[in-house]
Design a protein around this ligand. Structure first.
Ligand code: GDP
Length: 300
């Protein structure tokens, strides 16, 4: 059966820290607020967001708005959800684009290729006529993984030999998708080249080349962030934003060893839409981001 958000998130440092803090029926005082701030920072929420959240709660405690720690926890829940609601904007595959071009970016190992498989399956089930482009030409395994996936699920995959030019693979794929009348093209890209500037040049070349066939493409640049990478996630968003522009995020691996809080730091820092989150390795573990379900999964 599909796991609940809570089942998937309860192992996080976020859930454990706050569980420990509130289970001992603490007094509503400054010490509790300080411990809460530490717990949030330790769980990857980030210093800026944690300080903001706790200072707001402290003001309300001073105004005697809460009678006990349980009411404080309820207020924290609302504040956390409020922080995420603006970024919980699902991806819409706009039908006026033929095809809608979805470019997947992210550093190696974040779950980019498996996320492409899960997304493709989701959109296939929703009735989209889709194609994939094996644009991570730097890694032969990624090309093979995508081809195998495509064969198994009867989705055409456009690929060239390993070491091929990624922009040329994706250009071919868009041409082919146009001629076949596909309505969705999902393109993989490399997550690492010999140099950082190599990767960023390649991504901007992909954008340039796509623009020759469709001035509005790509219609979505989805950056996959590994939820276990902590504050380094912030740097990754900055770099990909500068290189190609990012229109949405997928935060993967929030189950397991993730501390759980990085989404709040991302929301506070960038305000970019969080389209999906990864709560595990199976197909139905890629979920449309739901702030209330997420926050309730983290809180005691
Ligand atoms: P890529 O290098 O970015 O293409 O990464 P892959 O797609 O090959 O994924 C790397 C590993 O992360 C694989 O073992 C995936 O099964 C795993 N993975 C991806 N998403 C999730 C997730 O949400 N939760 C967990 N636990 N593992 C994930």
């Amino acid at each position: 059966a599909k796991k609940t958000w809570r089942e998937r998130l309860s192992g996080s440092a976020f859930a454990k820290n706050l569980g420990a803090l509130f289970s001992r029926k603490p007094k509503l005082d400054d010490a509790l607020l300080d411990e809460l701030e530490t717990a949030l920072i330790t769980a990857d929420v980030g210093v800026a967001a944690s300080t903001d959240l706790v200072e707001n709660l402290r003001r309300r405690v001073n105004k005697r708005e809460f009678e006990d720690a349980t009411q404080l926890l309820a207020a924290l829940r609302e504040a956390l959800i409020a922080l995420l609601v603006p970024v919980a904007r699902p991806l819409a595959i706009a039908p006026e684009h033929k095809p809608f071009v979805l470019l997947m970016v992210g550093v190696n190992g974040v779950g980019k290729t498996t996320t492409i498989g899960k997304l493709a399956r989701r959109y296939q089930q929703e009735g989209h006529d889709l194609m994939l482009a094996a644009g991570d030409t730097f890694r032969a395994a990624a090309v093979e993984q995508l081809k195998t996936w495509g064969e198994r699920n009867r989705v055409p995959v456009i690929a060239q030999g390993s070491g091929a030019d990624a922009a040329s693979v994706i250009f071919d794929a868009l041409q082919s998708a146009k001629s076949k009348g596909a309505d969705l093209l999902i393109a993989d890209t490399a997550g690492r080249l010999h140099t950082q500037s190599g990767l960023m040049d390649e991504l901007s070349k992909i954008r340039r080349v796509l623009g020759k066939l469709d001035a509005s493409a790509p219609h979505e640049v989805l950056l996959v962030i590994d939820g276990t990478t902590g504050q380094n996630a912030i740097n990754q968003v900055r770099q990909f934003r500068a290189a190609i522009g990012v229109t949405g995020l997928v935060v993967s691996k929030l189950d397991g060893t993730a501390k759980g809080g990085v989404i709040f730091a991302l929301a506070k820092e960038f305000g970019l839409p969080i389209r999906f989150v990864g709560l595990g390795e199976s197909l139905d573990d890629l979920r449309v981001f739901d702030p209330a379900a997420f926050v309730d999964g983290l809180l005691p």
